[in-house]
Design a protein around this ligand. Structure first.
Ligand code: PMP
Length: 384
């Protein structure tokens, strides 16, 4: 049986075969399987590979290798950034600002911190998902410790103006954390030019392995974090545990490929995304939730009036796509992101998030749009 056409690159990306090839050599006896912390030859060979990957990931975001801390993914990086900075600086400041449309791995640590006595403020974005700088400025006070704002939103694709936000937070002496799980490799990032203090990355969103990520922690001037785990002292004691060499190598190669592919990949994806929208926009009652002028090129989020979203998904067995985000779709509750930008519950329930990527072809775009148009037509006819 033919597998459904994959339009869910924001949920995860297939690994690039070049990444898999690089990872093979760090697993078995004939490869560099050593513990990177060991002092013998096996250890130093593995550590050499880790060092190269650290440089590759650093280059993707304009950081230095010493500023990269390996984690198990962006969820862990977000937790370490938020809780680690909150705990370290809590005797000085206790106010944290974030946004209602953040990923759960930012929102939930913030709720946990609120229960521990931190004051958490959630900003509401405007209709296109952007946070007006004015709103951020108004919420900053003497007690503000940290601002956490994602770069590219995982449902809408909207890109926050981190340059502007970073200039403000740096001027005010406030830490800026950016969840870049969806932007790394898709949108240029320069942590220095953007004045970012902490930045979370995930390998499986950029054609690397699942269960791997990193946190950028600025060195000059130094950002301090309280570790969440204690153990063997790896990663400057910030994230102890034996380094998973093959995973790290995979993330490094994925980062290198992403950086090199970015200039060509983005215009190609924007063309395919535009084509998909041109095909779909003729559907009566279709609404575009992605503001193309401010969005990553691989996103198309639409709401379709007068069809049941669950029925629509079931009517599209040939397409792998998402309603709202993958993390909330199991619950069939309207997405918190769509609610925050003012989409009604009814429309939010009939929303399709289509995300394309490196292996999406023009033929796939045409098949997908045809399938969606037919499904909507049939569902509406059935109701008559
Ligand atoms: N942040 C964002 C914006 C995401 O899209 C995701 C993945 N859904 C995460 C964080 C979590 O990343 P990971 O799967 O690496 O823990």
């Amino acid at each position: 049986m033919q597998r459904p056409l994959y339009l869910d690159y924001a949920a995860t990306t297939p690994m690039d075969t070049r990444v898999r090839e690089a990872m093979w050599s760090y697993l078995t006896l004939d490869g560099e399987f050593g513990n990177p912390s060991s002092i013998h030859a096996y250890g130093s060979a593995a550590m050499h590979a880790v060092d190269i990957a650290r440089m590759q990931v650093a280059q993707l975001i304009g950081a230095t290798p010493q500023e990269i801390i390996w984690t198990s993914g962006a969820t862990e990086a977000n937790n370490l950034a938020l809780k680690g900075s909150a705990y370290f600086y809590q005797s000085k400041k206790k106010h944290i600002i974030t946004v209602k449309t953040e990923h759960k791995s930012v929102l939930d640590p913030c709720y946990a911190l609120a229960e521990q006595g931190f004051r958490v403020e959630m900003l509401t974005p405007q209709k296109n998902g952007l946070i007006p700088l004015q709103d951020l400025m108004m919420s900053i006070c003497d007690d503000t410790l940290l601002v956490s704002i994602m770069h590219v939103n995982n449902e809408l694709g909207v890109i926050q103006d981190i340059h502007q936000i970073g200039a403000l937070t740096r001027k005010m002496g406030i830490l800026l954390h950016v969840d870049a799980a969806q932007s790394a490799g898709r949108v240029p990032i320069d942590v220095k030019a953007m004045n970012i203090d902490l930045l979370s990355l995930s390998a499986h969103k950029m054609y690397g392995p699942k269960g791997m990520g990193a946190l950028y922690v600025r060195r000059k001037p130094r950002v301090r974090l309280t570790p969440l785990m204690h153990g063997g002292g790896q990663e400057h004691g910030l994230r102890p545990g034996t380094l998973p060499t093959h995973q790290i190598v995979g993330m490094g190669v994925a980062a290198e490929i992403a950086l090199q592919a970015l200039p060509e990949e983005m215009p190609r994806l924007a063309r395919l995304r535009d084509e998909l929208w041109q095909q779909l926009k003729v559907i009566p009652g279709i609404d575009l939730n992605t503001d193309f002028a401010h969005a990553a090129a691989n996103y198309l989020n639409v709401s379709i009036a007068d069809v049941d979203g669950e029925a629509l998904l079931h009517a599209l067995p040939g397409l792998a796509l998402s309603m709202g985000s993958a993390c909330t779709s199991a619950q069939y509750t309207p997405s918190h992101v769509l609610k925050a930008i003012g989409v009604s519950d009814a429309l939010a329930m009939s929303t399709l998030r289509m995300t394309i990527g490196r292996f999406t072809s023009e033929d796939e775009i045409l098949s997908a749009s045809m399938a969606i148009k037919n499904a909507v037509l049939h569902l509406r006819q059935d109701r008559l």
